[in-house]
Design a protein around this ligand. Structure first.
Ligand SMILES: [Zn+2]
Length: 676
């Protein structure tokens, strides 16, 4: 998943010295692991902010907003053209510098008071943005601007679209309503994710119930007075139970707890969000929020997105049914019962998928953990990127939001130029964002020698990663590369500021790097003491990779189709709609579960955009074709860096693909794979 997207693309570059703090030399570095030949690396960009109290967050928030308002007043007096565009990008940069890292902390800071203060600050910035989006004066100066250069023209166009999407062209009454709605949606969506993050769901199990689950998962967990073990529903607890617990009642309890996350309140919040989005689109004369949103995306409109999903569904339906039958057969053999009477429950799927894979391919995902310790896994993905893109990661000491957090300076090897900073938060803890994501909270801008900063947040088991988790790490790392290696003229075009149905492509492209033996050999370069993962295990994992492909893509299709159903011409009841749609799938639905209450994607930035994961995968699989001969080829890597990830949003995605592959985008690799 990617970071929350802003509703208006605030943008620009700074020509006027002093408006944006110069890239400061960061805190002193302690390059313990590096030879002394190079100068001690420092973190490019301003130091990561450190707050001791909510009051400090409030004060920093106010400083940011005051400075932004000052820049808005300056912008109102700019001349059309470059003068306006540069001041616009400098406002964008100022906003990132004063609010990017601060708001990000709502997801990860261990102190609840700081998280709450960061959320309050986010609402203030939302108010600032929705007000700015209606600033007709700044919009008109932009409209009068003429640009000869395509990059300037594109940056200005994106900025103007932001104003138009905010309602600057609407009559006054509608304009005011547009602002009210945007602000309200941010507030509701914040509440939705907060309900998940702070829900502290715990499930109690006896030791006997967990006897098949790896001990490391539960041994050190808190116990209730009766000695029962309290497990959370975070990934490192959830999956091992779902994949290993023999007793179906144990899996069912875990499944129901996970699918209750967020609670009934979130269903109500989601419906309110849908209704407000629909009303918002109607202010602009659109009959659906999806059409309103997709006019600035690759898919263009609801009709094309729906047609795409229909094609995907047609390509996977039969395979999904075959997969379900296969798992029923595994279950029947396992329970020594005749197939006819065996039903596959939702909480059976992870368990029998693992069992089926073990039976058929002799592979066990858990068996990979000893080969992939978390810290070395991180060094491994960095080393892969170093080889592909001729860059270097140096760890820089310092204290960040918790002592576990690590920071890296990214440097271009050929020129020695400092490129970016990357922060990494690897392990789960209470109150932390519970999925895997990257926040690129500061974007690079070559015109003002500004460097990118991003944070990679995952929740891994300290004992090691499965191959599947290594794939997740590469995926997220792909987002951070998109941010770190951006070389755009303007910050507002930087890194992952691309169309949302393209943004997953560079990450998804890297996912299958983990099934490549040559790539995996790189592990020994960063950890000579680690036992190499046996070729035979990788061969088996590769063969087993698509074992449940039909179920997987059937599920992804369902999420995407469900999302579009909520964002059509009506705003239907989210739970009824889900129950009906999931009920029509081969595995059916489980009464009493509340999946939509935990579906944070659609309550926040991915509303009417979940289809983008599948859409991006079409692009990702096409991009992969260039690396078919050698995934580590530095020549192809250099071309990819230069033509795709280095370009951020300053060219349209179709153009990026053309520049890299030398031809138009093709969906052939994707459908060949789905129908394989
Ligand atoms: Zn992603």
């Amino acid at each position: 998943m990617n970071h929350d997207r802003k509703s208006i693309a605030l943008a620009a570059v700074l020509a006027v010295a002093g408006l944006v703090p110069a890239a400061q030399a960061a805190r002193p570095a302690h390059p313990a692991a590096k030879p002394a030949s190079a100068a001690a690396p420092t973190l490019p960009g301003p130091p990561f902010p450190s707050y001791e109290s909510a009051a400090q967050v409030d004060a920093a928030c106010k400083t940011g907003l005051d400075g932004a308002n000052e820049r808005v007043r300056g912008l109102e007096k700019r001349k059309p053209g470059l003068d306006w565009l540069r001041a616009w990008d400098s406002l964008y940069a100022w906003q990132e510098d004063t609010s990017g890292a601060l708001i990000f902390l709502k997801n990860v800071h261990p102190d609840q008071a700081i998280r709450t203060a960061a959320e309050a600050c986010e609402l203030k910035w939302q108010d600032f943005q929705s007000t700015l989006g209606l600033n007709a004066r700044i919009y008109q100066i932009g409209r009068q601007s003429k640009f000869g250069d395509p990059i300037d023209r594109r940056a200005a166009q994106v900025a103007l679209e932001g104003f138009e999407d905010s309602g600057v062209g609407l009559p006054e009454a509608k304009r005011n309503r547009a602002k009210e709605i945007s602000d309200k949606i941010t507030e509701l969506s914040q509440q939705f994710t907060k309900n998940i993050r702070d829900s502290h769901v715990r499930v109690l199990f006896t030791e006997a119930e967990l006897k098949d689950v790896p001990e490391g998962v539960w041994k050190d967990k808190p116990r209730d007075p009766d000695g029962k073990i309290a497990l959370g529903v975070d990934y490192p607890s959830f999956y091992p139970v779902m994949q290993n617990a023999e007793d179906p009642a144990v899996r069912e309890r875990m499944y129901r707890a996970k699918l209750g996350e967020g609670g009934a309140d979130n269903i109500k919040l989601l419906q309110q969000i849908e209704q407000l989005r629909l009303e918002y689109a109607k202010l602009f004369g659109y009959s659906t929020y999806t059409d309103f949103l997709l006019r600035h995306r690759m898919a263009e409109n609801l009709g094309r997105a729906t047609k795409f999903l229909d094609d995907v569904h047609a390509a996977v339906t039969e395979e999904e049914k075959r997969d379900v039958l296969e798992l029923r057969q595994v279950k029947a053999r396992h329970l020594k019962q005749p197939l006819d009477g065996v039903k596959l429950d939702r909480w059976d799927v992870p368990f029998y998928t693992e069992l089926g894979k073990r039976e058929k391919f002799g592979v066990d995902d858990e068996a990979f953990r000893p080969y992939f310790p978390p810290q070395e896994s991180l060094r491994f993905v960095m080393r892969v990127a170093e080889k592909m893109f001729n860059i270097r990661y140096d760890r820089v000491a310092g204290s960040f939001w918790t002592p576990d957090v690590q920071a890296y300076a990214v440097t271009d090897v050929a020129t020695g130029k400092p490129l970016a900073s990357l922060y990494v938060d690897l392990y789960p803890r209470d109150g932390k964002y519970n999925h895997a994501a990257v926040w690129s909270f500061r974007n690079e801008a070559s015109s003002v020698n500004r460097q990118a900063q991003a944070a990679l947040v995952v929740n891994f088991d300290r004992k090691g990663l499965t191959l599947h988790e290594l794939e997740t790490l590469l995926h997220e790392f792909g987002h951070s590369l998109h941010s770190n290696l951006s070389a755009t003229r303007y910050a507002s075009d930087g890194g992952t500021n691309v169309m949302q149905d393209f943004v997953e492509a560079p990450s998804q492209m890297l996912e299958d790097w983990v099934y490549d033996k040559k790539v995996l050999k790189v592990f020994q370069e960063v950890c000579p003491a680690c036992k190499p993962v046996p070729d035979e295990m990788v061969d088996k994992a590769k063969a087993a990779k698509d074992y449940d492909k039909g179920i997987y893509f059937g599920r992804q299709w369902l999420y995407a189709a469900y999302d579009l159903s909520l964002h059509g011409t009506t705003a239907p009841d989210p739970l009824d709609t889900w129950t009906r749609m999931e009920g029509q799938t081969p595995l059916g639905t489980v009464p009493g579960t509340l999946f939509p209450a935990g579906f944070a994607h659609i309550a926040s930035g991915y509303g009417a955009g979940y289809y983008g994961y599948l859409w991006s995968l079409v692009v990702a699989m096409d991009l992969r074709t260039a690396f078919a001969a050698d995934k580590l080829d530095p020549k192809v890597g250099a071309r990819y860096r230069q033509t795709v990830i280095g370009q951020g949003g300053q060219k349209l995605p179709q153009q990026l693909v053309r520049d890299f592959l030398g031809r138009d985008l093709s969906n052939q690799a994707f459908y060949d794979y789905l129908r394989k």
